[in-house]
Write a protein of this length. Sequence first.
Length: 199
Amino acid sequence: MLNFQSGASAGSTSGNYTDFQLTTSQAICRRPFTVSANNINMDSGYGISFSATGNSSGNMQSEVFDDYEEGTFTPTLSGHYGDRGTTFTQGSRTGYYTKVGRTVTVVIAISSAGVAAANNSDIVCISGLPFASIASIETGASAHHTVAKQQGACWTFITSASLAILGNNGSSGGWSWQTGTGWPTSAASVRLTITYVSS
């Protein structure tokens, strides 16, 4: 064990406590400290443990904060089945993401896009997300321009790696995914924010 205390030499344990204590299994800091010239780096799979706090009534799976990342990606319009002759005008596409632990928030902007095919019955998806979803059930708030929207519809994960518009189909409360028939051939825009749990 190695101890450090303000005004004392390394290894001193005088006084009521040590400012910083380093053992083979943990480091304990009892005073504020400043990182001024570099970062605190964690090996892969390790992070900050909150195991000293109480657990929820749910099924706790981890109390280690082990990941943070932010960046950009390019969302891509695609067909869910991919074999129905549907082609796309991708237009202008921008994507931003922030990952905190396993929680990912993405912001997507697509402009001047469209469906360009005689047979556009495939389900229109947005793919190219930075991380796959574990549950494929999350939905996101969105706004559209010149894209027909079903009642109560939201962009929802149709696979772990792609989103599509899911809404009420007007038939006894049934659900349906929106196909290319609801998209124009040009000037379509999407603004979308969705938060999901990554796998």
